[in-house]
Design a protein around this ligand. Structure first.
Ligand code: GCU
Length: 720
């Protein structure tokens, strides 16, 4: 018996290889040999077609939502290509006439479904840590109309998405957090059509972000809205309508057509309540620009987030949007909003919600987060570390929340890899293009804590800054969370820590003697002194500071650094933490470029509900103590215009495995993953409440500002 069985598979395997080889399938005459590949060889080596130009404002178009249940096949073997393009293993989707004798071994049926939009990690326990491929399948019965174009729109899919329509490859999108669409007009047929999307969540050291060097969960799936958009043969694909000059109420912008007849067309722009009615002529490439004077424009601001109804019409097709008009500019070391220092009361936020596990996927999910932001008396949100879904930016427009928008160029990136740069540029372009008309987006961040400080890194990031500046005629500032040089910066702080430790009566005599001996051997020399004099200065001089307009900086005084100082001096970490917290108010932050500065992260971890009368680390009390010291410290840094503490809510991360405390959550949230507040929440809410009251009483909005306004305005920033 055993012998017989052993014989069969060998022949079957051989037969499969022959039959399934390109020659075999060509011989059968059933499929084009070029797309046939050997069953066991995975994907063919082909050039994947790129997506169509991104359609902005999709929901305002003739949009048929494909949200809801999609059937799936988990495809970790990478079988997908053959199963899709041959189709002869599908139950009900076969591309051959089903004679009732066909062997099928895969079926898209209701047995296994995923909700779209939504990550698969939080929907199926077995997929919580799954980072490979899933085939999504949706059938749609329709009759394509002549003269119409059909675009399949995705708000986002993480990380690589390959689209097949009726088993034929349409194209590939790479990048997990930006919108894209494919023109499927030529692929649709009358009657039943099937869409198959192969999503691959795999990341490595060449992707954006990488798998290892980014501290957030790598969710997979069709994570955002999907819809079939119907357009006439020529349509408005993109536009930008923005306030160029506040005093003159001058609105500028452009409109881009796509499709058959784009040249020399007339697009009408109407902004009824601003007395704007203008006809825009397109050029040979289908692009038309305009400048127009508005009347009595009500500016958008956090206090008064006024949105205008804007209509763009081509023939009888009209596209409506709601756009706020405001100006973000920079003067010396100050960011201005509508000519006044921008009042920044910020918080950082990942794209998860307190309403359910997994990514925010709806307006309600985001509203739950922004409700917490409001309760913090905050008016500025750093969207870490990637573009969030479109509900987020549109809700921020309506609520008057300013947004730091960011692409996931996090930490260590493959700076010398042209393919990596191409993906990074496309993510910047897709992010900027989608949100050009969002008043809430006040700056574009091109990276977070990127290192090492090599020329390759600088060239890569300079190219991203150039991409954003080229696409955004309204000159929003370019930001980034720069990296410091701990050795230089902390030498000075180390001296102050040393002195503070020696003043601590709890210091054991033996440690005191040892430190005295060290102190005796070293002359007390100050570190980089702040120009504003006094205290300890942390002066950021990362060369990326020459490229960006706004210097962001993440610092973790009170959390991470105490550990390293304690280890280097062989001192009890608790004593070192007390010393650090004591000297923090004397630390100033500046940058060597005289540019505006935002502390883009500070924080401490705490498990919600863990209390300690001794203030032990991971207790809510310790986190609140760090916040109090941080706020006191930053209030005395005249060159820091605002901060976005890390982070609104505990969020998932594969780097956070401390049992009993983290268990795949980064615990620096001010609320738990289900929205339970920690003590530090109120510490920040009270601080921002006082700032807000001061501003409402007419004090200069924003914070005490750096005395460096003599520095020339940033070249290229719109005058105000
Ligand atoms: C870094 C990083 C975050 C990370 C945070 C932390 O600054 O930007 O992505 O989550 O520190 O250590 O919690």
């Amino acid at each position: 018996m055993h012998k017989t069985i052993a014989k069969v598979p060998a022949y079957a395997f051989l037969l499969a290889l022959i039959l399934l080889s390109p020659q075999g399938i060509a011989a059968s005459g059933e499929k084009d040999a070029d797309t046939a590949i050997d069953f066991f060889q995975g994907d063919p080596d082909i050039e994947y077609p790129a997506p169509a130009p991104l359609l902005v404002n999709p929901m305002a178009r003739d949009y048929r939502s494909l949200n809801g249940p999609w059937e799936i096949i988990v495809d970790e073997a990478g079988m997908g290509w053959r199963v899709i393009t041959q189709g002869d293993y599908f139950d009900g989707d076969t591309v051959y006439p089903d004679t009732g004798m066909m062997l099928k071994e895969h079926s898209f049926d209701s047995r296994t479904q995923l909700q779209v939009p939504g990550d698969w990690n939080s929907q199926v326990p077995e997929l919580d840590r799954y980072r490979s491929r899933v085939l999504y399948h949706k059938a749609l019965t329709m009759t394509p109309q002549a003269g119409k174009r059909y675009l399949l729109y995705f708000g986002g899919a993480n990380y690589t998405a390959d689209l097949f329509v009726n088993n034929a490859l349409v194209g590939r999108h790479v990048g997990g957090y930006t919108a894209f669409d494919f023109d499927v007009t030529g692929f649709l047929r009358p009657g039943k059509n099937t869409f198959i999307v192969r999503v691959d969540a795999a990341l490595d050291e060449t992707t954006i972000p990488t798998m290892r060097t980014s501290d957030f969960w790598k969710y997979g799936g069709i994570t955002r809205d999907v819809g079939l958009i119907t357009e006439s043969d020529t349509y408005i694909s993109q536009y930008h309508v923005y306030l160029h000059d506040r005093e003159k109420s001058e609105i500028r912008g452009w409109v881009q057509l796509a499709g058959e007849r784009v040249a020399n067309r007339v697009v009408a722009l109407d902004i009824k309540d601003a007395g704007v009615k203008v006809r825009i002529e397109t050029n040979a490439e289908g692009r038309g620009e305009f400048t127009v004077q508005a009347k009595d424009l009500a500016l958008w601001s956090p206090e008064s987030p006024h949105l205008y109804d804007v209509a763009l019409s081509l023939g009888d097709a009209s596209l409506e949007d709601r756009i706020g008009f405001r100006i973000v500019s920079i003067k010396g070391s100050t960011i201005l909003l509508n000519g006044k220092p921008m009042p920044i009361r910020g918080i950082s936020m990942h794209e998860e919600t307190v309403l359910h596990p997994g990514l925010s996927a709806s307006r309600e999910d985001v509203m739950a987060q922004f409700k917490l932001v409001r309760e913090l008396n905050a008016n500025f949100v750093r969207l870490a570390h990637y573009p969030h879904n479109e509900h987020t930016v549109r809700l921020a427009d309506e609520m008057g929340l300013m947004l730091w928008s960011e692409v996931p160029i996090v930490s260590l990136i493959d700076w010398g890899n042209p393919a990596t740069l191409a993906v990074a540029k496309s993510q910047v372009a897709e992010n900027v293009t989608r949100d050009l008309n969002r008043a809430s987006v006040v700056m574009w961040s091109i990276s977070n804590e990127s290192f090492p400080q090599t020329q390759a890194r600088l060239d890569f990031l300079s190219a991203l800054a150039a991409t954003a500046r080229e696409l955004d005629d309204s000159d929003r500032p370019i930001a980034s969370a720069l990296v410091g040089n701990p050795k230089e910066e902390f030498a000075d702080i180390g001296k102050h820590l040393f002195a503070q430790l020696l003043r601590d009566p709890a210091l054991p005599p033996s440690t005191r003697e040892r430190l005295m001996a060290i102190a005796g051997g070293q002359s007390a020399s100050g570190g980089a002194q702040s120009e504003s004099g006094g205290g300890m200065a942390v002066v950021i001089d990362d060369p990326l500071g020459e490229v960006v307009d706004v210097v962001g900086y993440n610092e973790y005084f009170g959390w991470y650094y105490s550990k390293y100082f304690a280890q280097s001096l062989g001192v009890d970490e608790g004593l070192m933490r007390n010393a650090m917290l004591a000297i923090m108010p004397g630390i100033r932050f500046e940058n060597a470029f005289g540019k505006p500065m935002i502390i883009s992260e500070f924080g401490a971890g705490a498990k919600q509900g863990l209390h300690s009368d001794k203030g032990f680390i991971w207790s809510e009390e310790y986190q609140a103590r760090v916040y109090r010291q941080q706020l006191q410290m930053l209030a005395q840094s005249p060159c820091v215009q605002g901060f976005t503490p890390w982070v609104l809510k505990d969020f998932r991360s594969h780097l956070r495995e401390l049992n009993g405390i983290q268990e795949t959550y980064n615990r620096k949230g001010l609320v738990s993953e289900t929205g339970q507040r920690k003590l530090a929440f109120q510490v920040l809410a009270d601080y921002y409440g006082q700032e807000k009251a001061r501003e409402e009483a007419g004090a200069e909005p924003g914070r005490a500002l750096c005395q460096r306004d003599s520095v020339e305005a940033v070249p290229g920033a719109t005058g105000d």
